[in-house]
Design a binder for this molecule. Structure first.
Ligand code: FAD
Length: 478
């Protein structure tokens, strides 16, 4: 029997971090690649996620620092309070987005990757139909492997359909062209906390409502509590353990009334100019054939090598179960191509160390489980909770808030029991950079003592070497 021939080796649906990762790596492995994108190049990350949110976090933080004239005076700097131009901030972000989209196109062209703009539909194994974005023409393409990196979209609340003037998600927030007087944010996870910090710095009154008892999603509750106290000191309000009961738009006086309830306070109302929903992510599923099954979380089901229930069709990134973060999508992209091109088995997804960073100020960053998760799993552990308050560079350059929680756990290895680092949680300036060292420590199950023998530059921000010298330099909070 003749073997079926295909136009491409790999068809990639979606050009976010996952799709870009698959396309570039597959082309570098000598495979012939087609990418399909229905919106803009760069996916959620460039167009509605990391790029706009991190841009606004940076610009509003800079403005905030320059506005603290009293603090600047202590450095010997006298400067007038800066004025803020929100439309210009949005323009700066648009420029950054254009830069990234052009960069993706350039990288594709350099590797002779064929790219089409259009909406993909899977017809059967190896065959995809595309309705082209500009011409509306339909064309079929075939490949040995079809890779779905089609991402996710914001979840909605059944009682709060998106409204162009009052109810927003991260996909529509860019249509807010002026700083709202007040904003209710439903969900105090990463996206909510980052945008809440941004709008608070820009002058909005910010109110959070969250069903959980702590902020920051799965982050260590003790560490994220420091951030909650910090944000409250900036005038931000949190209603935790609270359920949304009703959302009512008053178009005449241009406000939204949110009714919520909690066991401790009963029913309460908050009235703000707009409401921002940050209640999780869901898969773009309307276009998927029924042969491609979903998990009980509604995401695309994949086996240990990312293959879906349709043979030859694979899925990675936000579209499958697991944290919805860009570096997970990128890591999975590389593993998938190693499997498709070289038959290298995909490493166990349970054992991989995925850091999480929330770019508030101070930042929250973590790698490994929270203390609460270890306790719930019955894992033996020891915590080392430290305050950053005594490093020369820290006290002269930034306000010296900061905490680090290192969690160690006994590991039985070659007949010896060692207490190794299994998690590190930071709340501090530059926590997102500091966590890089912690990732290596957790990934390699390194004992805390090891860092006592590794020289680090002096006077460094909070490195694990410094942590080792707890008794010498730091105030242990335990
Ligand atoms: C506000 C916000 C801030 C974030 N900040 C961070 C951060 O700081 N760090 C971090 O790691 N992550 C962050 N994320 C998450 C990150 O953006 C996602 O995890 C990442 O983009 C997922 O990559 P992906 O390739 O799986 O999917 P996506 O980036 O969502 O890309 C999927 C692409 O597929 C396209 N597509 C879907 N269906 C079809 C179809 N049928 N035909 C053609 N094309 C299709 C979509 O148009 C989209 O472009 C943030 C997300 C948001 C919303």
């Amino acid at each position: 029997m003749l073997e079926e021939t295909f136009e491409f080796d790999v068809i990639v649906v979606g050009t976010g971090p996952g799709g870009i990762g698959i396309a570039l790596k597959a082309a570098d492995c000598g495979l012939k690649v087609l990418t399909i994108e229905k919106n803009e190049l760069g996916g959620t990350c460039v167009n509605a996620g990391c790029v706009p949110s991190k841009g606004l976090c940076y610009m509003s933080h800079l403005a905030d620092q320059l506005s603290d004239c009293e603090e600047l005076e202590t450095y010997g700097i006298s400067a007038p309070k800066p004025t803020l131009n929100y439309p210009q901030m949005l323009k700066k972000i648009e420029n950054a987005q254009d830069y990234h989209r052009n960069l993706v196109l350039k990288l594709f062209q350099e590797r002779k990757i064929t790219h089409v703009f259009g909406t993909a539909e899977i017809l059967k194994p190896h065959h995809v139909k595309v309705i082209h974005r500009e011409t509306k023409e339909t064309r079929q393409y075939s490949a040995r492997f079809i890779c779905l990196a089609c991402g996710s979209k914001p979840s909605l609340l059944p009682l709060a359909p998106v409204d162009p003037d009052f109810v927003y998600t991260s996909d529509t927030l860019d249509s807010v062209k002026s700083v709202p007087e007040s904003i209710t944010i439903v969900g105090a996870g990463a996206i909510g906390l980052e945008y809440g910090s941004v709008f608070s710095r820009l002058g909005s009154k910010v109110v959070f409502i969250d069903a959980f008892g702590s902020i920051g999603g799965n982050l260590d509750a003790e560490i994220s509590h420091y951030q909650q106290i910090y944000m409250e000191s900036k005038g931000i309000t949190f209603h935790l353990n609270s359920k949304i009961e009703n959302i009512e738009i008053n178009r005449e006086n241009r406000t939204v009334m949110t009714t919520f309830s909690s066991e401790s306070n009963g029913r309460e109302n908050v009235q703000t100019s707009i409401i921002f929903l940050c209640v999780g992510r869901t898969v773009h599923s309307d276009w998927l054939p029924s042969e491609i099954q979903r998990t009980n979380k509604g995401m695309i089901y994949v086996d240990s090598n990312f293959e879906t229930t349709m043979k030859g069709v694979f899925a990675i990134g936000d579209a499958i179960d697991g944290p919805k973060i860009a570096h997970k999508a990128e890591w999975e992209a590389i593993c998938l191509v190693n499997y498709l091109a070289n038959n290298t088995p995909v490493p166990s997804r349970d054992s991989v160390c995925l850091p999480c960073v929330i770019y508030t100020q101070p930042e929250l960053a973590a790698v490994g489980p929270s203390e609460q998760a270890l306790k719930a799993a019955g894992t033996p552990y020891t915590t080392h909770l430290l305050a950053f308050n005594s490093i020369g560079r820290d006290t002269t350059q930034t306000k010296s808030e900061g905490r680090c929680k290192i969690i160690t756990s006994p590991l039985f290895h070659q007949g010896v029991v060692e207490d190794v680092i299994v998690a590190v949680h930071y709340w501090s300036a530059s926590a997102g950079d500091l966590v890089a060292e912690a990732i290596l420590a957790v990934e390699n199950r390194i004992p805390l003592e090891f860092f006592g023998n590794v020289p680090h530059a002096h006077p460094l921000f909070k490195s694990l070497r410094f942590m080792h010298k707890v008794d010498l330099y730091s105030t242990s909070l335990q």
